[in-house]
Design a binder for this molecule. Structure first.
Ligand SMILES: Nc1ncnc2c1ncn2[C@@H]1O[C@H](COP(=O)(O)OP(=O)(O)OP(=O)(O)O)[C@@H](O)[C@H]1O
Ligand SMILES: [Mg+2]
Length: 335
């Protein structure tokens, strides 16, 4: 488990202070695939770079598997870093070295026997599907293949945690899916906790179980992916989800243009298969206009959203909304 408490990072350039991370608290459980999403400059990279101390926090504490990592001395830190692999948007491969040598590098540094290194690298390249590219150079590989090399290198020392900083951001959608599938397999089969920085909710939706949303150095929302999709609290969360469903329409729907009451419904899993809206229309004296609707397929369930206009007496509208809430639908009035 990773426990981040009251973490702050202040950069100082030319006497000017800038708070990149402000009082961040997060708990990341073993085997989570934990998404951190935010706009450019939100502090995502700074936050995960604090986890392996590529960046030194200004204050706060971080414990990983019970170890207070901010108290580690130089040699302890070197050993500890073996437990944390990292991958990047631009792969960070050594251009002058072959695929084999890139993956072998962390093992050379551990002074592993040459024979063992060979066995291990062959195993890793097989695992990431690049057995036949062993002697190629990075310049001879596609972006997806380069990221596979970087992933093999990042897991060579059998880490407990893998940090991924926009690892799929420069890949096309299809290659992104294949890399996400590989990461998911790594989490499942090797039991590695993965922290995924991204600015794409699609990535969160495909492989994360939890997500934190960052804005201006602050974690403004944090929950299971299901809950964030079902009932996003902040405007930023809504706009990120809006990029993958019609929730964005809420932004362009102006309640003043409608005579009825506008409500947004969110419902999970089995509720999405029940004809709740038609039941509501039968039970109460109201008319309903459906303004937008969508269903997002998450990994374990689906999340539906509907924006409705309810027309009728206020008391009937109240009863209708109570009815929906009893059916475990989240109901929010759009003002
Ligand atoms: N070494 C540094 N010195 C001064 N300011 C920095 C430094 N590193 C980052 N910052 C500032 O901290 C803020 C957060 O940067 P960070 O790289 O963590 O953002 P990010 O969320 O990863 O953004 P992006 O999505 O563009 O990668 C930015 O305003 C950035 O300019
Ligand atoms: Mg970044």
């Amino acid at each position: 488990m990773i426990k981040i408490e009251n973490l702050n990072k202040v950069f100082e350039t030319g006497g000017i202070k800038f708070e990149a991370i402000k009082d961040v608290n997060l708990n990341i459980n073993d085997k989570d695939i934990y998404g951190i999403i935010g706009l450019s400059g939100a502090g995502k990279s700074t936050l995960i770079r604090c986890l392996n101390r590529l960046e030194e926090p200004t204050s706060g504490s971080i414990s990983i598997e019970g170890v207070d990592i901010l108290s580690l001395g130089k040699e302890e830190l070197r050993l500890f870093r073996k437990k944390i692999g990292m991958i990047f948007q631009d792969f960070n491969l050594l251009k002058q070295k072959t695929v084999y040598d890139n993956v072998a590098l962390p093992l050379y540094l551990e002074k592993m026997e040459t024979k063992k290194i060979k066995e291990k690298v062959d195993l890793l390249l097989d695992y990431v599907g690049l057995k036949d590219k062993k002697n190629s150079y990075p310049s001879e590989l596609s972006g997806g293949q380069k990221q596979r090399v970087a992933i093999a290198r990042a897991i060579a020392n059998d880490p407990k945690v893998l940090l991924s900083d926009e690892a799929t951001s420069s890949l096309d959608p299809q290659t992104t899916v294949s890399i996400l599938e590989l990461l998911k397999r790594i989490q499942g089969e090797l039991g590695i906790t993965i922290i995924m920085i991204t600015h794409q909710m699609e990535v969160v939706k495909q492989i994360c179980n939890k997500v934190a949303i960052m804005d201006g150095g602050v974690v403004i929302e944090e929950n299971t992916v299901e809950n964030v999709f079902n009932n996003p609290k902040t405007t930023l969360a809504k706009s990120f989800i809006g990029s993958v469903n019609t929730l964005a329409e809420e932004e362009i729907i102006n309640p003043n243009d409608f005579k009825g009451k506008l409500i947004r419904l969110g419902y999970l899993g089995e509720s999405s298969n029940n004809p709740i809206v038609s039941q509501m229309i039968k039970n109460f004296q109201i008319e309903v206009n459906i303004l937008s609707g969508s269903i997002d397929k998450l990994q374990s369930t689906s999340v539906g959203h509907l924006i409705l206009e309810l027309i009728g007496e206020e008391s009937e509208i109240e009863k209708s909304m109570d009815f929906l809430k009893q059916k475990n639908v989240t109901v929010e009035v759009i003002e």
